[in-house]
Ligand binder design. Structure first.
Ligand code: IPE
Ligand code: IPE
Ligand code: MG
Length: 248
């Protein structure tokens, strides 16, 4: 009890300059969480989706300006059709429910990834969610669905080539900023902190371009067990890091 109080006090006292502006979360471990309990993998996805809602609200409360969550990768289509359908149904439920919830929240929701491959009704709900929250002034929440970092870079490169062909930009003018401006996250700062729970230490194609200088925090907690205390702990760990960006 005393310990928690102390931790709470120190997280509360972290100034905005010590907090990450943009957090990325690879929400991993749903399947293993379910397996450990003798439940179907879908049970892990259901609980993971609830944790996502809790952690999103907590990030907003902590004053985080951008949160990007990895919900479904370009590689996740390899999973059994029933699991893919289960995850898409959870996404549908979330979208329907949040369309009324959005009114209470000050969160601007965006979807990043190759959305055109998703079911038409999901695409419509996503477009509606983006429209309904576009004017919000609080945290920006990017939900990555059918997202791959490499696919995102390819998408940006194709747009650059089109712009060269149409004479909008010259080859010599192409720089990092021009490429960044054509990513799904155009106009947003790069993530400062990337969290990967569940004990895996890999990026799995998440924000490949944007994470060049991100701080990584990994832990062994499976995503459905991830708590607001785990998030606070990661924020404290981030505050202890010494970022040099290649300098001294
Ligand atoms: C993350 O949990 C959810 C998605 C990738 C959609 P997993 O389903 O990958 O869970 P594990 O890694 O198998 O435990
Ligand atoms: C990354 O997790 C994708 C998401 C969390 C959406 P995976 O479970 O798909 O990644 P690997 O297979 O462990 O690399
Ligand atoms: Mg996984």
């Amino acid at each position: 009890m005393g310990l928690f109080k102390k931790k709470d006090a120190s997280i509360e006292s972290l100034g905005a300059d010590r907090l990450p502006v943009h957090i990325g979360i690879i929400m991993d471990g749903n399947g293993r969480w379910a397996k450990k309990r003798g439940l179907p993998r879908q049970a892990g996805h259901v609980t993971g989706a609830k944790v996502f809602r809790t952690i999103t609200k907590h990030c907003e409360k902590r004053g985080i300006q951008y949160l990007t969550v990895y919900a479904f990768s370009t590689e996740n289509w390899k999973r059994p059709q029933a699991e893919v359908d289960g995850i898409m149904n959870l996404l549908r439920d979330y979208l329907k429910e949040s369309l009324s919830d959005f009114k209470k929240e000050n969160i601007r929701t965006r979807f990043i990834g190759e959305l055109s491959a998703l079911a038409p009704d999901i695409q419509e709900l996503m477009a509606e969610a983006q429209r309904e929250t576009a004017h919000k002034t609080g945290m920006t929440l990017n939900i990555a669905v059918n997202y791959g970092g490499r696919a995102e870079i390819l998408h940006a490169v194709k747009r650059l080539v089109e712009d060269v062909q149409s004479g909008k930009i010259r080859v010599e003018e192409i720089d990092e900023e021009q490429l960044s401006d054509r990513l799904y996250t155009a106009g947003q700062p790069d993530p400062d902190l990337i969290l990967r729970p569940s004990g895996e230490s890999r990026l799995s194609n998440f924000m490949v371009w944007q994470s060049a200088y991100a701080e990584y925090v990994m832990n062994d907690v499976l995503w459905p067990d991830f708590t607001t205390d785990d998030l606070d702990e990661a924020l404290l760990e981030f505050a202890r890091r010494n970022r040099r960006f290649g300098g001294v």
